[in-house]
Design a protein around this ligand. Structure first.
Ligand SMILES: NC(=O)c1ccc[n+]([C@@H]2O[C@H](COP(=O)([O-])OP(=O)(O)OC[C@H]3O[C@@H](n4cnc5c(N)ncnc54)[C@H](O)[C@@H]3O)[C@@H](O)[C@H]2O)c1
Ligand SMILES: O=C(O)[C@H](O)COP(=O)(O)O
Length: 524
């Protein structure tokens, strides 16, 4: 049973996939009141109100996934989640249309003074001269950030016969052409636009993007809109320009602090505001809740999540192809880690054959996670494996080749340690399974699973018999056994598997046998 803590108001209808699952239990409680629920929750579902800090996540030892029913993840410490091996997902496009429409509604309301006129009429006034507005047709709309919302807005603005100019440093000319917008530098946009609307995330670069200096470059009588994130337009910088009439109006759905602490800006007649309502429609809330519910369900079913912030995105189709290699790589990494009782500096993996056409980066992460898991106390998985390897001074690299060495698919891993180098080769054969086919240059063929003994010995008569007898004397049944050698009478290896783990005492006795070089227990 997986326990999911739902800390913000999330559409119940959208949560149905989780509510209908027999192995999921939902607990509706804000994290501040959750008490002991924090200790047992496997997942946390939030919107923008809950602050998912490192401190909170550290109080949640079972937490595996944080799901944001919405777009912005600035209320989640993604870096801390990544370090802790916690997957972070969001619902990137479920509220795009609602927020676009809200932005458009804000623009229309501002240009036609609808909120101010409503207040006036409700106060029994009939002041038609006070609310003369501005048409949209023929005006230049400057969009800062042409992502999902920015591009939907551009489409709608064109229908209103507006000119659209865009500043987005990450926008390709090809995409701009496809959407039918003119690109510009920020300075060009500031000096040309009649209305400026921001649709970027809040980042180091966008915080205060519209500040005293940049706002001074705007046209006199400019209108501003922020339905993205508070702080992209610096609130304090707006006040003097409103007073001088340089800024004719500003529409805000988001604020530097929410609810706004410093309300001086809100006192101005030219300011219209909504309390972060961009995504607040039935449709958007249903969309984002269903999206994250399906994703969380997939996650707990061991399937891929498609909108992760800190994991490579893998489609279901690719996932099905990649999964066997993913598991094989994890076991190979784990195997080597148990064989090498020494610090390692370098892990390289060569992909041969058609496995090279898959998302090998994800397979490599799985290998690194498998390698690190017997060595680190904290959770290690594909989310934080790269980060932990780096912290421990382990570099990793990949090589991809179409050439195959007898197998349709092959992964060769080489691990360089302080004292030795270990190499392992594995393959996946459909309907047959994962196989390890080479260890340190010895040909062998075994299924990497369960309790294993890896024995290095001399290829001399009696060595295998002595091992068999000793295990028999201890009533230990050998489930499978393979041997490999490079040349007659030289070094050789044995790989044995058992139904239960072999004790350290038996390992020590095996080590003392004539012709035995080393014995290692491996648990996969
Ligand atoms: N008000 C609401 O309720 C509400 C609802 C949904 C989304 N949002 C917010 O709206 C914003 C946009 O959402 P989206 O889904 O369109 O995001 P998106 O990721 O699809 O688009 C963001 C765009 O900003 C661009 N960008 C990034 N840095 C930039 C910079 N320095 N200068 C200019 N452009 C830059 C990116 O290239 C991208 O095209 C986000 O901040 C999101 O959190 C608010
Ligand atoms: O980033 C988002 O999705 C929006 O800001 C919506 O936030 P909300 O889910 O708190 O309404």
């Amino acid at each position: 049973m997986f326990r999911i803590l739902v800390s913000d108001k999330i559409s119940e209808e959208g949560l149905q996939p989780l509510l209908n699952s027999s192995h999921i239990m939902l607990v509706n409680k804000n994290v501040a009141d959750a008490g002991e629920e924090l200790e047992t929750a496997d997942a946390l579902l939030v919107r923008s109100a809950t602050q998912v800090t490192e401190e909170l996540m550290k109080k949640m030892p079972q937490l595996k996934i944080v799901a944001r029913a919405g777009v912005g993840v600035d209320n989640i410490d993604v870096e801390a989640a990544t370090k802790l091996g916690i997957v972070v997902i969001n619902a990137p496009d479920g509220n795009t249309i609602s927020t676009t429409e809200h932005t458009f509604a804000m623009m229309a309301s501002m240009l036609r003074h609808i909120p101010q006129a409503t207040v006036s009429v409700k106060s029994n006034e009939w002041n038609r001269n006070a609310f003369v507005g501005t048409e949209m047709r023929g005006k230049t709309l400057g969009i800062v950030g042409l992502g999902r919302i920015g591009s939907e807005l551009a489409k709608r603005a064109r229908a209103f016969e507006m000119n659209v100019i865009v500043f987005d440093p990450f926008l390709t000319e090809e995409r701009a052409y496809k959407i039918g917008v003119t690109t510009a530098s920020l300075d060009e946009l500031l000096s040309t636009a009649d209305i400026i609307t921001v649709h970027t995330p809040l980042t180091k670069e966008t915080k205060g993007l519209l500040n005293e200096k940049t706002l001074s470059k705007t046209k006199k009588g400019v209108y501003l809109i922020n339905c993205a994130r508070g702080g992209i337009i610096e609130e304090a910088a707006v006040i003097p320009l409103l007073e001088s009439g340089h800024i004719r109006g500003i529409a805000l759905d988001v604020f530097e602090t929410e609810p706004p602490e410093n309300t001086s800006l809100l006192q101005y007649e030219q300011v219209i505001a909504t309390p972060h309502l961009g995504a607040s429609t039935k449709e958007a809330q249903l969309n984002v809740a269903s999206q994250v519910s399906e994703e969380v369900l997939a996650f707990f079913n061991g399937e891929p999540v498609t909108s992760s912030i800190n994991l490579p995105t893998i489609s279901k189709e690719v996932y099905e192809k990649i999964m066997p290699f993913y598991q094989l790589a994890k076991k190979m990494g784990n195997f080597v880690s148990q064989c090498m009782a020494e610090p390692v500096n370098e892990i390289s993996v060569a992909y041969e054959g058609s496995v090279g056409e898959l998302q090998t980066a994800a397979i490599t992460k799985s290998l690194i996670a498998g390698f690190l898991s017997p060595r680190v106390a904290s959770t290690v998985n594909e989310v934080n494996a790269g980060m932990i390897a780096k912290e421990r001074g382990i570099s990793f690299s990949e090589k991809i080749s179409n050439e195959t060495s007898g197998y349709e698919n092959c992964l060769t891993v080489k691990v360089v340690g302080n004292k030795s180098v270990f190499s392992i080769k594995g393959t996946y054969i459909p309907h047959y399974g994962e196989r390890i086919v080479e260890l340190n240059g010895f040909n062998i063929d075994f299924y990497p699973d369960g309790h294993l003994l890896y024995i290095q010995h001399s290829d001399k008569p009696g060595a295998i018999g002595r091992v068999g007898r000793l295990l028999g004397d201890h009533s230990i049944n050998i489930a499978t056994m393979q041997v490999g050698r490079k040349q007659r009478g030289g070094d050789a290896i044995m790989m044995l598997s058992f139904d239960k783990a072999v004790t350290e005492r038996v390992v020590s006795e095996l080590n003392d046998l004539e012709g035995i070089v080393s014995v290692r227990t491996i648990d996969l």
